[in-house]
Every structure is written in structure tokens, then in C-alpha cells.
Design a protein around this ligand. Sequence first.
Ligand code: NAG
Ligand code: NAG
Ligand code: NAG
Ligand code: NAG
Length: 468
Amino acid sequence: MGRLCSPKCRLGRVMGWLQILLGGLVIAVSIASLFKFYSAGFFLHHEDICQHFYHVSDADDGFDLRALSDRVGEVLDRMDKLQEKLEKTVQEMEKSKVDLGKTTMTRLEHKRFLEQEVIRPLYGAHIALRQIRLPQADGIRNSTMKEVPLMNTFIVEEIRKYITPKENRVGNMNIYGTERIYNTIGHACVLMKKELEEYMDYDIGSYCKDDWSLSQKLMVNGCDPLPRRRCLTRASKVYQKPYPINESLWRLPDDRNVRWSNYQCRNFQCLSSKNPKRGYSKCIGCFEMDKEKLKWVTNSSLAVDFLIKDVLAIKPGEIRIGLDFGVGTGTFAARMKEQNVTVVSTALNLGAPFNEMIALRGLVPLYVTLNQRLPFFDNTMDLIHTTGFLDGWIDLMLVDFIFFDWDRILRPGGLLWIDRFFCNRKDLDDYMYMFLQFRYKKHKWALSPKSNDEVYLSAVLEKPPRAI
Ligand SMILES: *[C@@H]1O[C@H](CO)[C@@H](O)[C@H](O)[C@H]1NC(C)=O
Ligand SMILES: *[C@@H]1O[C@H](CO)[C@@H](O)[C@H](O)[C@H]1NC(C)=O
Ligand SMILES: *[C@@H]1O[C@H](CO)[C@@H](O)[C@H](O)[C@H]1NC(C)=O
Ligand SMILES: *[C@@H]1O[C@H](CO)[C@@H](O)[C@H](O)[C@H]1NC(C)=O
């Protein structure tokens, strides 16, 4: 004894440790619940507004559900971790079972023991804990009095009014077949409470502050969707009617049609790549029409630059609608418009008025971030083109979610055109796997060096039929 711990003794140790931990957990849950239930009766809501929304006349009814669920959530997290650890132990036992032929049986028994006696009950307890959370919320308040998600997070009245579900005025069900309409906000708004409260601080019906940059900051930090507002958006004082469509596509818009106060530049000429103080760093040169006119229509020295006519020739006449996911001023959509293809371009105003520029050219800017599922239905788009946005900085799991979303909206036979994606050479395999996992048909595929360690990848891939 002592020199080498036998599997049995090791298991014993694991079990002892387990029992202590589980015991602790049970005590923690009991104390937390007891404390919360006990104090509930004395808990007073500070905010009268709450009563107004819930139509509760006596404040004693107020029950800090959020705190309770926070506490339970904490315990759930801990149990999650415990379960993970246990499963790891089982995996390790499985691995070493191959080496030790002699003790195979006993180890197998141990493994079974762990699985059946420990992990399963723990899982059961876990599920049980999860279930008590909702019935308690329902038991205390009936359906109309259910706690509104995030309601207690915000104090500013306009935010609370916005996120309060709006009951139908006539009948139980509305046009959607639902009882009420939820106005949603991004859950990460909770992390930017101060900024959101500043954003929602206005007099109803008056002019909003000139604060689109605050809105965008909220959005890119995960407060997306943003709440709607009931104030009047400012516009340029000297707004001119846009140029006619036969001119607007390839002409810099009128400077007077943009509110410049939140940009470093004050006019479109200033956004030129020659100006070091242009104030933006993505898609440099995109505001120079002579450069833009060359894109996707003239031969380039790089193998990764495909021409629009070559890509459209893959599916003559079949490509009619598409999405351009990237940073740009709409040039891809402009060229596609000339081919009678309607393309919507995503745009964020990252240091320059990309949205205004695209719209003033007579194209459709879609103001979206990477946070959200795209607002298109399944199997609808003929084409997704992406350039200048997704590159080596992006988290692999995020890329995965994004690609699956693109796959969702692309129709069978639709084309995914990855245009000058770039990343570090050593990461290329990871990203290639991401691109190839969908088993699309490869129409075009090209790699070119970007620098010593970086490579460009371009591809045109076709979504196969999904007969399931
Ligand atoms: C809650 O339910 C009770 C009985 O189930 C009912 O009398 C009461 O009106 C309900 N309250 C609201 C606000 O719907
Ligand atoms: C654009 O169209 C209008 C009339 O539709 C015409 O008067 C004008 O000359 C055209 N502009 C150009 C640059 O072709
Ligand atoms: C581009 O190159 C192809 C062949 O490589 C040629 O047929 C075509 O005429 C060129 N187009 C232009 C605009 O130079
Ligand atoms: C686009 O549509 C117009 C009008 O139907 C037609 O005259 C033109 O030839 C089309 N252009 C292309 C490139 O197909």
C-alpha cells in the first residue's frame, strides 16, 4: 500500500471528494433558497413604476425572482463544471483500460459505476434544478404578471416601456397568432446599461441627439437589436435630392447629403486613400470612383480576383438576387445592378459614411453587425458575395455560426463567392475546413500570397440540392 494507489483506492478518493462537493452544493442551494423565500415577504420594490406595469397594488407581493434565479444559476454552473470533470475522469479511465489488461474488468466496473451511480443521478438533479426555476415564476405571477425578461435591469422609463410586451387590443390572438408583441433588445445591452440609458434619454416627439455613433457603439458591442426610439432623427439641414439613377451609381454623392459631425472628414473628397487623416481603415480607397470602376470587370494580376461575368456565366440568367457581405461602398451591387441582379450590401459606418454612400448611389445598404442571424428566409438567395470583412481575425466558432447562417439563406444551386478572404498561412487549414465542410461544388478556387505569412483565398462554391 502507499507506493501506488490502486484503481479502487483512487476511485474511493474520487468518491469521497465527490460526496463532500455534492454535500456542499446541497447546503448552498438550501440556504440560498431559504434565505430568498424568507426575505421575500419583506422585500419592497423601490420603483413604483414596477407596480404600474404589473398592476400590483401591494408592494409586499414583490418577489425578487431575479436574485433567486441568479443564485440558482450559480449553482447550476457549478454543477455543470462538476459534471464535466466527472465525465473527463471516465474518459481517462477508458483510455488507460487498454494498457492494463489485468484490471480491465474491475476498471470497467468502476467506469460503469461512475456512469450509473454518479453522472446519471447528478444529471437528474441538474434537470430538476433547472425545472424549479420556471414553475416558481409562474406560481407567483399568472401569465400576464410573468416577469418580463430584463425588466428589472433597467430603471429608465422609456426602456421599460419599450421592453414591456404589448398586449393585443382586440381579441386574444393577433395577425401572427400570438397574444402579445415583444419588442426585443440584444441581451448584451445589460452590459452597457449606462450607454443604453443615455441613448434612450430624450423627450418623446422632440429631436434626438446627433448620436448615431453611440447607437453603433451599442450595436457592435452586442446591444443589438437596439430599442426603437420615439424621437425625431436629425438630417442634414441642406439635404439635396439624389442624383438620377443613370448618374448616381458611379458618381460621388453630394457632400450636403451627409451629416459629417461624427466623422473626421467633412466631405467625400477627404475620404480619399491619399489623405492620412481620413479617419477609417477598412476599405481604403473605396470612395475613389476611378478605382472602384475597375473592380470585378478588369483583369487583375492576382489569380484570386474573379470577374463578375465569369461568375455569372456559371449560372446564366439564374442569379437574380444576392447579398454582399462585407465593407464597401456598394460597388459590387452597382456592377451587379448593371447585370440586372439585385444585391443588398451590408454596411456599418466604421469611420466613414458607408451606409449613406451606398444609399446615395441608389443601392440598398443593410445596416447589420455580425451579432445577428440574417433577416432573410431559408433557401432564398441566389448569391452571397463576401469580401473585405471576414478574415483571419475572426473567431473560428463565430465563423462556423456565420457560415451555417449563409448556408441557410442560400438556395439550392445558389453561389457562395468568397472573394479575397485572407488569413495567416498557418491558419489556412482551419478556415479551409470551414469552407469545405458543406460539400459545396467547387467552381472556382484560387490561392495567392498576400505577404510573407499571409495568403488570399477566393472561391466560388455552389450549394447542392438538399432533398431531405
Ligand atoms: C391571476 O389569476 C387569478 C386567478 O387565477 C385571477 O383572479 C387574477 O385576475 C389574475 N391576475 C391577472 C392580473 O390576470
Ligand atoms: C440621365 O437621364 C436623364 C433623363 O432620364 C437625362 O436627361 C440625362 O442626360 C441622363 N444623364 C446621363 C449622364 O446620361
Ligand atoms: C482578360 O483576360 C482574358 C484572357 O485571360 C481576355 O480574353 C480578356 O480579353 C481580358 N479582358 C480585358 C478587359 O483585358
Ligand atoms: C437588363 O435588363 C434590361 C431591360 O430588361 C435589358 O435591356 C438589358 O439588356 C439587361 N442587361 C443585361 C446585362 O442582361
